[in-house]
Ligand binder design. Sequence first.
Ligand SMILES: *[C@@H]1O[C@H](CO)[C@@H](O)[C@H](O)[C@H]1NC(C)=O
Ligand SMILES: *[C@@H]1O[C@H](CO)[C@@H](O)[C@H](O)[C@H]1NC(C)=O
Ligand SMILES: *[C@@H]1O[C@H](CO)[C@@H](O)[C@H](O)[C@H]1NC(C)=O
Length: 820
Amino acid sequence: MANTKLILFFFAFCFILLRSTAVDIISVDQKVTDDGNDTIDSSGEVFQMGFFSPGRSKNRYLGIWYMKILPRVVVWVANRETPLTDTSGVLSVNSIGSLVLSDGTGSVIWSANSTGSVGDNTTVAQLYDTGNLVIRNRNDGDPTNFFWQSFDHPVDHLLPTQKIGFDFKKGLERYLTSWKSPDDPAPGNFRFGINNNGYPQLIGYNHSNVIFRIGPWDNVEFSGLRFFQPDQSFIPDSALNKEEIYYRYSVPNSPVVVRLVLSSEGVSQILSWNDKQKIWASNLNSQQDICERYALCGAYGSCEGSKAGAGGDRECSCLKGYEPKDPKNWKLGNWSEGCVRKTPFSCGKGDTFFQFIHGKMPDTRNSTYNTSMDLQQCKTACLNNCSCTAYSNIDVRQGGMGCMLWFNDLYDIRDYDGPGLPFFVKAAASDASSRTKRTVKVIVPLVAVMVAILLGVFLKCVRRNRLLRKKGITDVKGSVRDNKREELDLPMFDFVIIARATMNFSLSNKLGEGGFGPVYKGTLEDGQEIAVKRLSKQSTQGLDEFKNEVSVIAKLQHRNLVRLLGCCIEEGEMMLIYEYMPNKSLDAILFDPELSKTLDWPMRQNIICGIARGLLYLHQDSRLRIIHRDLKASNVLLDHEMNPRISDFGMAKTFTGSETQANTTRVVGTFGYMSPEYALDGTFSVKSDVYSFGVLVLEIVTGKKMGRYYHSEYSPNLLSYAWTLYEEGKLSELFDSKTLESHDKSEAFRAIQIGLLCVNTYPEDRPSMSYVVSMMTSESELPRPTRPGAYNFKSSDSMTDPLTKTWTTNSISLSDFGPR
Ligand SMILES: *[C@@H]1O[C@H](CO)[C@@H](O)[C@H](O)[C@H]1NC(C)=O
Ligand SMILES: *[C@@H]1O[C@H](CO)[C@@H](O)[C@H](O)[C@H]1NC(C)=O
Ligand SMILES: *[C@@H]1O[C@H](CO)[C@@H](O)[C@H](O)[C@H]1NC(C)=O
């Protein structure tokens, strides 16, 4: 106890000397013991060092933790492999200036092995506010001059400003090793550090097996990394030279406490402390989706994972010019065999490259790099070496600099929507030209099958609706009445209740990523399941959408609209709480090769009819006139009976009185679902939603994505294709015979025809939703659709370049895209 006082005295002394860089010290004649609450605090009282027992263990360890954060998070452990079994531990600086930990008998159980100044009392140990424990000369004016520092010997945490990687001068490699378990800080199975074979990259291992990989650093960000910035001031930084290779991050002047940890289960996470709510929020997680698993898709395979949002595709595809090595297994979702070249390289003359944009770069362990070459030299170098399989820039700045060449098989590529350097994959030139033809051949029969399905759906829809008509109408009336009765004030939920329901927004509860933040599943204390949409505190982008959604949907109630239970606004956190939809979103089922088989014809029919009724309610039957503006498969959720519920009203627009059309300078929505006049002109009306509905109908019936259906830019999209087949009287070619066989074709034909009517180029030619519903529920003769508002966006330029007038004239002729 006397030591503590002594230390306090030195605290004052050093504070003056070093001006708050560091403080509490142990010098040669002082000790920290484990016989009471003897601890050392850093000067700003950020970190604290002392003895502790982890979890259920009785063993004693010397460690460093956050002084003011509970439960205690230990960021560094000295004697992780040599615990004390009692409270006899003593930490001191020995006569040669090393920090030593001894047990009751006086024998040394851990030592920093450093050598300080011998023979005088100038060597001291100090704990800095960064969490770094250093041994240095007390009289040295340079606080960055150490004999030893704990930052060079990381355990499972990487703290801000701490480096991970190599220091060749000191002969150091700094990497993280997990704890064995929460009760035992001894080195566990997992390791995370820089691998400098080829271009350096961060890799996570289980023993010696790679389990995850962070793509190479392009001097602005890591390739393929989805990272939610915990704070604007989060600054990553790196070095790559003869003396050092490292990555580190810092959060200068930020009040937010940030840490990177490798858990005892092998998950690497960046967490930030929310002091108001007393929880650690996750900003980055090495297991955030299936595509983070190392080389899931094998050689030359690309993982598309969470691209489609919650419960998305989860599928691998082969790179262009490559095909599955074992097609049978590949189809079954067994991708580990990967892909092989369709045609061997011709080495020089006949080879070409495919550009891969927005991808996570392949594993760089089989690469070489040169910082002075440019992209053209890089390409030539790759063409000239037969075992080179890809190339790219290495530095994204100044439009791209440097050259990286990959040799042999390419692993661990993922397709993700994000910025970053493109890379170029080599393939035989013959595969480049043959590809388009091949695609068309495959697609024609597929489309045919789908049209057939569509038709089937419609007939069922009609039949079902005749039965349901009465019921449906009463439903709509009923909900209008409800709205009038209760002027809905949105219930407010307590943050604590939501945090508890979602297990502190744990990763296992995460359903996906919405437009402005993550969505979690939760269970309230009474057992009710909820979905929580969380707007990130720092995101200003989603704020307007959030407010909009609250104001729009709070007033709505319909069996085909998702129900908002309440919201939570606390300490800058904003959350919307919805009914949980056990069957997730339509796209997750519709576009999944396996799950889509469970969607039989009556279900598809019911979904189409439900969406139509929901939309009709928005457009006409609620007290407000609401245009959704972002109707698409991923915004249709399915309840436990597979009834559709329209969701995501973040972009919805409310109209009053007689207003029917408006103009916006900010075009929001999703390509493929946007009507031409809205995408090009910014004009939107209820008819823009009708257009999106038409696209959705075609997708539901065919099970194919509008945007993704055709790979070549010369191929038509789903709309023009369906229209061509309709014109030629070959609609049955659109359908899958398997799904359709037991169904009445004329139903599906009718469905397609209604879908095509909805995607008419001119808004005035599209039916209103009430007409759509009435067409669906009757068997009257349908009008003939005209050529749809089919368009291909070749680049984002078309968004800023108003092609409006030329567009709506028939300047785009279908034959331009035709399959022949
Ligand atoms: C110090 O040296 C001993 C003996 O060489 C070694 O067992 C121990 O791991 C070293 N300690 C540290 C912190 O490097
Ligand atoms: C990088 O490329 C340049 C130009 O081709 C060459 O002169 C230089 O030697 C290369 N550097 C290394 C380290 O290979
Ligand atoms: C191709 O590059 C690899 C890796 O740099 C090298 O080992 C090999 O000799 C090169 N082959 C030719 C033909 O230049």
